[in-house]
Design a protein around this ligand. Structure first.
Ligand SMILES: O=C(O)CCC(=O)C(=O)O
Ligand SMILES: [Fe+2]
Length: 362
C-alpha cells in the first residue's frame, strides 16, 4: 500500500449534509472562499449548475441499469482488462481490505478515454479502446462522430431526437450506450476543469494551474458505472457496499440515484440531498499536491436492502504528471510531506492494491 489510512475509522455520516458550490455564480471570489472552507471542513461538496441536464443524466442511468441487468455471462465477456476497462464483478474491488470480509458488494463498469489500438497513446497504462457490449462495438465510428456533434451542442436531447428521426435511427439506437458514455466522460472533464479552477484559486495558484497541458491536458479520466445489489451491509461483520477509502486522483465527481448509501467520515446535521447535483470529493493526489492542506476524505457505501446505482468520474492528471508539493503549500516550517510521484505509477499501484488479480478469473 502506498498510503495507510488510520486503522481507527471515526464515525461516518450521511452525505446529505454537504455544502453546495454553484458553478454559475458570477461572484467567483465567494465560490472560492466557500470551496476553501468546505475543502478544509469535509472535502466533500455538491456542485450545481454544472451544465449537464437532468434528462441526459437520467438516460445515462437508464443505460447503466440496462447494462447491469445483462446476464452475468455476458458481463463477464467484458471483464476488466489490464488497461482497467470493462466489467468488475462482485467482490472484484476491495476498497478497505483490512476491514472487509469479502470485497465490495458491487458491480462496476470502467470506461476511459477512447484511444484506438493503433494510436501511440495506447501503449500507456489506462489508455486504449473501451470494452463495449458486442452488439454496439461495431458502431464505434458513427458514435464518435455523433459524440463530436453532441459536444458542440448544449442540448443533448434535441440533437439526440433529431438524429434518431433520421436514417441512422437504428444504428444510433444500438450505439446509445457508447454515445452516452463517451459524451458524459467528455462533458464531465469540462465540469472537472471548472472545479479545478476554483481549487487552484483556493490554493493561491494561477486560476489555470491544473488546466495546464502538463496536468489535465491529457488526463487519465475514468468513469465507473456502479451497481449495488439489494443487500444490507453489516459493518460489524465487515460487509459493505464499498469499503472505507479515499479516492486516488485530483477530484471525483459522483452522481447517485436517490437511494441512501454513501457515508462520509464527518459528523454534521442532516439536510435534504440534492439529487441533480454532482457530489465532488477531494482525492489523494490533491492531498499530496496541497501537502495535506486539503485532506482527501474517507467514505464508504452501506447497502440498505435496496438496489442502488451511481456513477463515479475519477479525475486524474496526465500519465507523466509529477504530483509534488505545490509552491504555495510549503514553507520552512511546513516542508513537503510526500515524495513526488508520477501519476501513472501512483495509480497503477492504487488500482493493484484494491482490485483482484486478473489471473484469478482465468
Ligand atoms: O457509489 C457511491 O456512492 C460511491 C462510490 C465510490 O466512492 C467510489 O467508487 O470511489
Ligand atoms: Fe470513492
Amino acid at each position: 500500500m502506498i498510503k495507510e489510512k488510520e486503522a481507527l475509522i471515526p464515525e461516518f455520516s450521511n452525505v446529505s449534509l454537504l455544502n453546495c458550490i454553484d458553478l454559475a455564480n458570477p461572484d467567483v471570489q465567494s465560490s472560492v472562499s466557500l470551496l476553501k472552507q468546505v475543502c478544509l471542513d469535509s472535502g466533500f461538496f455538491y456542485v450545481i449548475n454544472h451544465g449537464i441536464d437532468k434528462e441526459f443524466m437520467d438516460e445515462v442511468f437508464s443505460q447503466s441499469k440496462r447494462f447491469f441487468s445483462l446476464p452475468k455471462e455476458d458481463k463477464m465477456k467484458l471483464l476488466r482488462n489490464e488497461k482497467n476497462r470493462g466489467f468488475t464483478p462482485l467482490f472484484d474491488q476491495s476498497l478497505d481490505p483490512t476491514n472487509q470480509m469479502h470485497g465490495d458488494y458491487k458491480e462496476g463498469y470502467y470506461i476511459g478515454v477512447e484511444v484506438s489500438e493503433d494510436h501511440s497513446d495506447a501503449q500507456k497504462p489506462f489508455y486504449g479502446p473501451n470494452r463495449w457490449p458486442s452488439e454496439v462495438s461495431a458502431c464505434r465510428m458513427p458514435v464518435l462522430v455523433l459524440n463530436a456533434l453532441l459536444l458542440g451542442h448544449g442540448n443533448f436531447s434535441q440533437v439526440y431526437v433529431a438524429q434518431m428521426e433520421g436514417n441512422y435511427g437504428e444504428i444510433l439506437s444500438r450505439c446509445t450506450v457508447i454515445c452516452l458514455m463517451i459524451s458524459i466522460l467528455d462533458i464531465n472533464r469540462d465540469v472537472a476543469r471548472s472545479i479545478s479552477r476554483l481549487i487552484a484559486l483556493a490554493l493561491g495558484l494561477n486560476v489555470n494551474y491544473f488546466c495546464q497541458p502538463g496536468i489535465l491536458g491529457k488526463s487519465i479520466a475514468t468513469l465507473q458505472l456502479l451497481y449495488y445489489e439489494d443487500q444490507i451491509s453489516e459493518p460489524a461483520n465487515g460487509i459493505f457496499g464499498a469499503g472505507a477509502h479515499s479516492d486516488f486522483g485530483l477530484i471525483t465527481l459522483l452522481a447517485t440515484d436517490d437511494n441512501y448509501g454513501l457515508l462520509i467520515c464527518k459528523d454534521k446535521d442532516a439536510k435534504p440531498q440534492i439529487w441533480e447535483a454532482f457530489i465532488v470529493n477531494i482525492g489523494d493526489m490533491l492531498e499530496r499536491w496541497s501537502n495535506c492542506f486539503f485532506r482527501s476524505t474517507l467514505h464508504r457505501v452501506l447497502g440498505n436492502g435496496r438496489e442502488r446505482y451511481s456513477i463515479a468520474f475519477f479525475v486524474e492528471p496526465n500519465h507523466d504528471c509529477v504530483v509534488e508539493c505545490l509552491p504555495t503549500c510549503q514553507s520552512e516550517q511546513n516542508p513537503p510531506k510526500f515524495t513526488p510521484i508520477k501519476c501513472e505509477d501512483y495509480l497503477l499501484q492504487r488500482y493493484k492494491d484494491t482490485h483482484a488479480d486478473l489471473n484469478t478469473y482465468k
